[in-house]
Design a protein around this ligand. Structure first.
Ligand code: SF4
Length: 251
């Protein structure tokens, strides 16, 4: 071990941190500017998608950090998965428009198998415990949109668990670990899910067209962890029914 000089000083530079966050935010925003129309991800929480589209808010430092890590790891994982030399900075497998669904969608990759494109999705996760199917719900909601789009009963989901405790016998602490899942659904499940997507897309389109509160409130409430004054910048405009005015959500 080397001995550091006694005169060494290390001062945290918060000004430089703010500048860096701004740079990364600008870079992330430049990269997402050309997204038009309704995208698969808008149907996961369509009410938030409505407010994000009609009243876009600047990214917070938290969003910048999370999106940056997700984006970079996406490119690395896909490059490794697809056998690229070096890094391919495209962070998905390209966008497809499904006219009947009325949305565009971009699975991370597709693999042709028996004449069907099997779509796959990659997610990073910071939980410290092994994920159950219910923990994977929001990922599965998204993966199933791709399976509907590709009319594939099969799909793949990969998670990189960044903080999972090391398995017994592999030392102390945590290390990032991959989990791979085969996802399958039957034809009627795909059909029902497609009908649900079309319904949500139509509700979102209607709200975007009329901008009337009655139409906006027909959009389902977003999932719990995205909602609340401290989580959602649209809380005061949205006034989510059954939540707004309650301490749990207002704080
Ligand atoms: S306040 Fe809640 S329900 Fe309303 S848009 Fe935000 S997350 Fe969705």
């Amino acid at each position: 071990m080397l001995t550091l000089p006694k005169s060494l000083k290390v001062d945290r530079n918060t000004k430089a941190e703010s500048k860096l966050v701004k740079r990364v935010k600008d870079w992330l925003e430049r990269d997402s500017k050309d997204r038009k129309g309704i995208h698969a991800s808008d149907l996961l929480d369509p009410r938030k998608a409505y407010y994000d589209k009609t009243n876009p808010q600047p990214m917070t430092a938290r969003m910048v950090g999370l999106f940056f890590v997700g984006k970079v790891l996406h490119s690395f994982l896909l490059s490794a998965l697809l056998g690229e030399k070096g890094t391919n900075w495209k962070s998905d497998g390209g966008s497809t428009i499904d006219k009947e669904l009325g949305i565009s969608y971009s699975p991370d990759w597709k693999k042709l198998w028996k004449g069907v494109n099997i779509p796959g999705e990659f997610k990073t996760n910071r939980s410290k415990y092994e994920q159950s199917t219910s923990d994977l719900k929001s990922y599965l909601e998204q993966e199933l949109i791709y399976q509907v789009g590709e009319q594939s009963e099969d799909g793949r989901l990969i998670t990189l668990m960044l903080n999972l405790p090391a398995p017994r016998g592999e030392g102390w602490g945590t290390y990032p670990q991959f989990r791979c899942y085969d996802v399958s659904v039957d034809k009627s499940g795909l059909k029902e899910y497609r009908a649900q997507l079309i319904k949500f897309r139509k509700l979102l389109e209607r709200a975007l067209k009329t901008k009337k509160k009655a139409d906006i409130n027909k959009l389902p409430l977003c999932r719990d962890y995205k909602c609340g004054r401290s989580q959602c910048p649209h809380y005061n405009d949205c006034k989510p029914e059954g939540r707004f005015g309650l301490r749990k959500w207002d704080k």
